[in-house]
Design a protein around this ligand. Structure first.
Ligand SMILES: Cc1ncc(COP(=O)(O)O)c(C=O)c1O
Length: 514
């Protein structure tokens, strides 16, 4: 495993600290295990996770935030980013809390013995039986809807318990004017946050607080704010904390000096090789909008000139020249804790002793995982537009989170991790969709049977995999030192059709009806 920045392969350039990936004897290793051996032993496609990287990420978040914050700090990794029970067990054993969304995520995380006081139950429109489970389990309920508080009071009264809740707020952030990465459209972060459904609009909060203070079975303990991965910079985090603290200060004043005992800043911090929303360059709109009539017009010059122009513009569209390195966990921790404590004090709220919570998803899990697949074939055409496809045995349906977020995952051919690129090709999956996993990738000479590792796939990929084309979802393996253990078996055809029900009348030999 690599700790210094020396002898780093090019794809490791963003990693300034601990990296579970290294090259040994010319082969990509995850911790002490060869990825070639993993592919051989478990088959491909395969999700692989590093336990040491997960532990290290948790340690760094804890230390980075504890250093600058005048109260306790809890790390509540987002379960949605990685729902595997084994990785969750690692975190629960290490005392981490959890951000969960669905009743099923709650059931999963409770199985691993997590401290319920450190579980934040998020999500709008929570049904009554889910709220009942929450109150019974003693988790924190993060309220998103105006009327949810009445339902919580009802359920808690029935159970004769006190429900501890936080308001998920939605500060107004006109200071965050840069272009959001959340959307393919060029709009400011402020607008991106406004149109995101989650969070209670500020106009309702004062009245909601007054109502909760009168409720016998509900206790308001703090605030929650999660905006998403809009921008990787510290500028974003500082700006967000300024407005979050201002809103907390305003509410504290409106409630006669009430002080929160917990403040949760959600997730949204970038993972080290941040692949978020990078599949298409931002110039795409301009190039296609302006380029489309131009290209169509070029047909007048004849097919040859037309196709020559098409191949040139394709190269520009798929070019990726902006691999910005996000800040480190330590820089993030410093920026958040210093800004938030300063701004809370400036807004009349003493931060001393307040419990600070964070819910990293992609930045907790992203670099813990790689996805291995085998090259089935390399397919080329030279006319009318030269093009190459590297066809793999995986699919972007197994990497659905990445597809939705237009991720551009870095990749390595595992037995030639530092080979120079000799060609441009689309790395594609084997479903019948276009299945473009990495568009316009710069790849070395590769052959059928070579193993490819897609990096930064530890968050949102395995948890969002689907079965399109009736493809069975891949297995997951956890590596720790030189050990590799299966933590989720691959599906088979019986799993794929396991929930289907064919009505009996249809199974009778021939249906006489037309
Ligand atoms: C409430 C909440 N917290 C944390 C996260 C994790 O976000 P990220 O993976 O961007 O860190 C999410 C993701 O959607 C979320 O909804």
């Amino acid at each position: 495993m690599t700790r210094s920045s020396e002898n780093r392969p090019h794809w490791s350039a963003a990693m300034r600290d601990f990296d579970c990936l290294s090259v040994r004897k010319g082969v990509l290793h995850i911790e002490g295990v060869s990825t070639l051996d993993l592919a051989e032993q478990f088959g491909t496609p395969l999700f692989v996770f590093s336990e040491s990287q997960l532990r290290e990420n948790l340690r760094r978040f804890r230390e980075a935030f504890a250093k600058g914050w005048p109260g306790p700090v809890d790390v509540l990794p987002a379960m949605k980013a990685n729902t595997l029970l084994a990785t969750r067990q690692v975190l629960s054993n290490a005392g981490a809390g959890a951000d969960i969304y669905s009743p099923e995520e709650l059931a999963g995380v409770l199985k691993t013995g997590v401290n319920p006081e450190r579980v934040s139950v998020n999500g709008g429109g929570k049904p009554k039986d889910h709220l009942r489970n929450c109150v019974e389990a003693g988790v924190r309920i993060t309220v998103e809807d105006v009327h949810e508080i009445d339902l919580i009071q009802e359920v808690a009264a029935e159970l004769n318990k006190t429900a501890k809740i936080r308001f998920r707020v939605k500060p107004v952030v006109p200071n965050l004017w840069k272009r959001t990465d959340f959307s393919q459209m060029s709009v400011p972060i402020d607008l991106g946050i406004q149109v995101y459904k989650s969070g209670i609009p500020p106009e309702y909060l004062v009245e909601m607080g007054h109502r909760v203070f009168m409720m016998p079975n509900v206790e308001l303990v703090g605030f929650h704010f999660h905006a998403g991965r809009h921008h990787p910079s510290l500028w974003f985090w500082e700006g967000m904390m300024v407005r979050y603290a201002r809103l907390i200060g305003d509410l504290s004043k409106a409630w006669g000096g009430w002080r929160p005992s917990e403040i949760d800043i959600g997730g949204g911090f970038a993972s080290p090789r941040d692949p978020f929303n990078k599949e298409f360059p931002r110039s795409e709109f301009l190039l296609t909008a302006v380029g489309y009539p131009f290209l169509v017009g070029l047909r007048g010059l004849g097919e040859k000139a037309y196709h020559a122009a098409l191949s040139k513009i394709l190269a520009v569209l798929t070019d990726q020249s902006d691999p910005k390195t996000p800040p480190t966990i330590e820089e993030y921790g410093r920026a958040v804790t210093s800004t938030l404590s300063r701004e809370l004090a400036a807004n009349g709220v003493d931060p001393d002793g307040i419990r600070l919570q964070l819910e990293p998803g992609r930045s907790m899990y992203g670099n813990t995982g790689i996805h291995l697949s085998t090259i089935k074939t390399v397919k080329r055409q030279t006319k009318p537009i030269p093009y190459t496809w590297v066809l793999t045995d995986t699919t972007y349906f197994f990497l659905a989170g990445g597809m939705l977020e237009h991720n551009r995952h870095p990749f390595v051919f595992v037995d030639q991790p530092e080979a120079p690129a000799t060609q441009t090709a689309d790395i594609v999956g084997h479903s019948c969709y276009a299945d473009q996993i990495v568009l316009g990738a710069k790849v070395p000479d590769v052959n059928d049977g070579d193993v490819l590792a897609l990096l930064e796939t530890g968050a949102y990929q395995e948890s969002s995999a689907s079965n399109f084309n009736s493809l069975p979802r891949p297995a997951s393996v956890l590596v720790y030192g030189t050990d590799a253990e299966l933590i989720k078996r691959a599906e088979d055809v019986d799993d794929v059709y396991g929930r289907d029900i064919v009505p009996e009348r249809l199974t009778r030999a021939i249906d006489p009806r037309p």
